[in-house]
Design a protein around this ligand. Sequence first.
Ligand code: FES
Ligand code: FES
Length: 189
Amino acid sequence: MQPAGERPDARNPSGKAPTRSTVTLRVNGRAHTLELDHRTTLLDALREAIGLTGAKKGCDHGQCGACTVLADGRRVNSCLLLAVAHQDVRITTIEGLGDADAPHPVQEAFLDRDGFQCGYCTPGQICSAVGVLAEAAAGHPSHVTPPDDLAAEGPAELSPDEIRERMSGNLCRCGAYPRIVEAVGDVVV
Ligand code: FES
Ligand code: FES
């Protein structure tokens, strides 16, 4: 019972101690065993518990894509996922894709095409682009795939329209979209 005159904590209105569990997250090939409040998002676990700050918190509501990472090779908004639900899932963040000495081809393409200004959205854009390339290679269609191509087997073609559609969950406040589309198009094989 809340004492009279005291306002409940908006983040914990019940006043009960948060439930915590031990979880092992496998991030960029390394296992991290953590004891986490069940409400901890994957994004907060990566940034605050593990110290990988490449994935960014933009909206924290699944609307901007700044927090995009790969979970078992598929792109996800890590701000929408609970860390404790990712026991042994293979997580890849921007730090795990490549570095200055050995950049991932998508990272190289963003540099070559100048696909950013402030860079805040860029880790999410690059992780998302890596996911797009894998989805296209696996033949997944998108909302703008022409009906005649839906039955086609093999990799999906990534036209600029396809890239724009497939990358539409990643917002860029600087408006670097034309260069981002070019960069992703450069890596299309
Ligand atoms: Fe996750 Fe915006 S921070 S979608
Ligand atoms: Fe600034 Fe995209 S480069 S938000």
